[in-house]
Design a protein around this ligand. Structure first.
Ligand SMILES: [Zn+2]
Length: 348
């Protein structure tokens, strides 16, 4: 029953998004909806809904406006910045970080295709660094990615550990309307990606109509048992021409940070600017907001503009806390001071 309802929801979303893009491509976000999962899974009275619909190309404004918002800026990347190693297993965690919650990256390519990881591995590195950098710059606390030593040695900094997966599915299957479930199912059945202390973010090298998609739990409780603290999946999609040299066809800019934001619990539907229960609408520069034609450009990329929806004021130099789950509480976020080899100190 649950499976049927999910398929139906996704199919309807695909139609809605396609229609919106054909009609204007300028106004309004891609359609997005919460998929509600009944039952409370033993967490008392807290209500939880898992997953939200795919984030459409409207999330990535690069093709839609002459001057993209700062939040959509695509960071430069170059192959020599990455060691080029391609591993098919999760490498040993960097010394001192073992056992800490972290985000592990996966590159998935289709059964009949050749891996493009040698070409775009450096771009994925750049985008993950960029996803963490805004939190580091704004709050002094990044996202803890799963990292490994650079195989070139020489005192180089660690690199993000990306596992390369050759899917059992062909491009047509990975690019179908149910692509999130196809990929999440394949990874769930793969013993390499079952660590309960890791969140998994996928770069899916297959066609898509969307920019990305991530699981979002609705659970407002401010404690370590919050549902957002568990293993989740996020996917960055490839809706553009794969021959585009600077992107490989993937959505970049705010996309990865946005999908990880969902995984970390942004936004709870009680947040004041949660117009659709999962996204805000108070700043076009806000990672988790959709950019309507009339959404204010507040000037610079931010992670929770105004600290009123998903990042506590007390974690931004203020003194107050929001009365629902916020991302600064996450064990996947680095502690104040930014030392990611130490656990977070959540402001419950
Ligand atoms: Zn979203």
């Amino acid at each position: 029953m649950r499976g049927t309802s999910r398929v139906a929801t996704r199919a309807l979303l695909a139609v809605a998004v396609t229609g919106a893009l054909l009609v204007s491509g300028l106004s309004g976000p891609a359609s997005s909806a919460e998929e509600q999962v009944a039952g409370d899974h033993g967490h008392g009275a807290a209500q939880k809904h898992r997953s939200h619909g795919p984030d459409g190309i409207a999330l990535d404004r690069q093709d839609l406006v002459a001057a993209p918002f700062a939040a959509d800026a695509e960071v430069p990347w170059a192959s020599p910045e990455y060691d080029g190693a391609a591993y098919t297993s999760d490498r040993p965690d960097v010394a001192g970080r073992a056992g800490l919650a972290m985000v592990h990256a996966i590159y998935v390519y289709a059964r009949e295709m050749s891996s493009r990881f040698p070409t775009f591995g450096a771009m994925f590195q750049a985008d993950m660094r960029d996803a963490s950098r805004l939190l580091q710059t704004q709050y002094g606390r990044g996202i803890r990615f799963d990292e490994r030593p650079d195989t070139r040695g020489g005192g180089r900094p660690t690199v993000v550990d990306v596992t390369v997966v050759h899917s059992r599915y062909r491009s047509a299957q990975l690019g179908a309307a149910n692509q999130f479930d196809v990929v999440a199912g394949e990874l769930a059945a793969d013993g390499r990606f079952s660590n309960p202390d890791k969140k998994y973010v996928v770069f899916l090298d297959a066609p898509s109509q969307y920019c990305g998609q991530g699981e979002l739990w609705q659970d407002t409780r401010r404690n370590a048992g919050n549902a957002s603290e568990q293993r989740t999946i996020a996917i960055v999609y490839r809706p553009y021409d794969p021959n585009t040299a600077t992107t490989g066809g993937f959505c970049r800019g705010r996309t990865l940070r946005h999908e990880l934001g969902h995984n970390l619990g942004a936004l709870q539907n009680v947040a004041p600017h949660a117009f659709d229960g999962a996204h805000c609408a108070d700043s076009a520069e806000d990672t988790m907001c959709y950019t309507f034609a009339n959404t204010p450009d507040t000037g610079a990329a931010v992670f929770d503009y105004g600290n009123d929806d998903y990042w506590d004021p007390i974690a931004a130099g203020g003194t107050t806390k929001l009365p629902w789950w916020t991302v600064n509480l996450s064990r996947f976020v680095c502690p104040p001071g930014g030392d990611c080899s130490r656990p977070n100190i959540p402001e419950f």
